[in-house]
Design a protein. Structure first.
Length: 298
C-alpha cells in the first residue's frame, strides 16, 4: 500500500487495515491447529490422580503457546518477505505486498515471541517455556534458512512443528513421559505428506523464489513420493500405539489407512489434483487423530 494511498484514507480505515495486516502476520489458521494439539497434549498429560480440571492453567498454556507461534510466524515472514513477493501463493502477505513496514513487523514478532515465552515461564512452568523457545529457535534458525539450501529442510520443519503437544503435556504434568513423545511422533510424521502435497502443488512457485523444498531436476518426483509415502506408512503403527482403547485403535487405523491411501495416490499419480486431495485429507487427519486420543482417554 503506497504512502499516498494510506494518507488519503480516513484514520478508522487505516487502523482497521493495519489491524488486519498484523492479524494476518500471525497466521491464525495455523494457530487454530496449534491450539488444538497443545490442548490435546495438555489433557492427555494430566495426572490421573488430579481432582478437577485446571481451566486457568489451560488458558495460560494456550495463550502463551499461541503468542510464541504468532511471533514465529511474523518473524518468518519478515525474514522471507523478498522471497514471498516472488511467489503467487504468498505475494499478498502483508510484508510481501508492502502493506507493513518491515521494522514494524520485526518489532511485532519479537514482542509476541518474548511475551509468550516469558508468560509461559511465569504462568505455567519453565519446561513449557523452554520447549516453546526451542520451537521458535529451530523454526527460524534451522527450517527457515534451510529451505533455500536443501530439500531436507522438511525434517527441521517437522522437528519444530511437532512441539506443541509436548508444550501442553509439560504444562499439565511438569515433565515429559514416553507417552508425550508418542504424540510428538504422530504430529512429526503427519507433516511430511502434508508438506509434500503443498510442495508439489506449488513447486514452480517455490522454484521461482529460490526455495529448494524439492530437489532440482528429475529427482523431484521421486523425493516427493518417498517423503509422502514412508512417513504415512510408519504413522499407522505409531498412531495405534498412541492410544489404548479398542474403539480408538479401529478408528485410528482407518484414519491412518486413508491418509496412506491418498499419500500413495500422490506418489503414483504425481499430479496437482492428487496433491490437492492429499492436502485436504491431511488437514482433516491431524485434528481428527488428536480428538480420537482425547476421547480415548475419556
Amino acid at each position: 500500500m503506497s504512502t499516498a494511498t494510506t494518507a488519503a484514507q480516513p484514520y478508522p480505515a487505516r487502523s482497521a487495515a493495519a489491524t488486519a495486516d498484523y492479524w494476518a502476520l500471525t497466521k491464525p489458521e495455523i494457530n487454530v491447529l496449534i491450539a488444538l494439539v497443545t490442548f490435546a497434549g495438555f489433557y492427555l498429560g494430566l495426572p490421573a490422580e488430579r481432582h478437577g480440571f485446571p481451566f486457568p492453567l489451560l488458558i495460560h498454556t494456550l495463550l502463551g503457546t499461541v503468542l510464541v507461534s504468532s511471533g514465529a510466524s511474523a518473524l518468518n515472514q519478515f525474514i522471507e518477505r523478498r522471497f514471498d513477493a516472488r511467489m503467487r501463493r504468498t505475494a499478498r502477505r502483508p510484508l510481501a505486498a508492502g502493506k507493513l513496514e518491515p521494522a514494524s513487523a520485526l518489532r511485532f514478532g519479537l514482542l509476541l515471541s518474548f511475551a509468550g515465552a516469558i508468560y509461559l515461564a511465569l504462568a505455567v512452568n519453565v519446561l513449557a517455556s523452554l520447549l516453546a523457545v526451542i520451537t521458535l529457535a529451530s523454526y527460524l534458525m534451522l527450517y527457515t534458512p534451510l529451505k533455500r539450501k536443501t530439500p531436507w529442510c522438511t525434517v527441521a520443519g517437522a522437528f519444530s512443528g511437532a512441539m506443541p503437544p509436548l508444550i501442553g503435556w509439560a504444562a499439565a504434568s511438569g515433565g515429559l513421559s514416553p507417552e508425550a513423545w508418542m504424540l510428538y511422533l504422530v504430529l512429526f510424521l503427519w507433516q511430511f505428506p502434508h508438506f509434500m502435497a503443498i510442495a508439489w502443488m506449488y513447486r514452480d512457485d517455490y522454484a521461482r523464489a529460490g526455495y529448494l523444498v524439492l530437489p532440482r531436476g528429475e529427482h523431484d518426483a521421486q523425493f516427493m513420493s518417498w517423503q509422502a509415502m514412508l512417513p504415512s506408512l510408519v504413522l499407522i503403527p505409531v498412531s495405534l500405539i498412541a492410544g489404548a482403547g479398542p474403539a480408538y485403535r479401529v478408528l485410528a487405523c482407518i484414519a491412518s489407512a486413508v491418509y496412506l491411501y491418498y499419500s500413495g495416490r500422490l506418489a503414483l499419480e504425481r499430479s496437482n489434483c492428487a496433491a490437492k486431495r492429499l492436502l485436504m485429507v491431511s488437514i482433516i487427519y491431524a485434528p481428527l487423530a488428536f480428538c480420537l486420543m482425547i476421547f480415548d482417554k475419556l
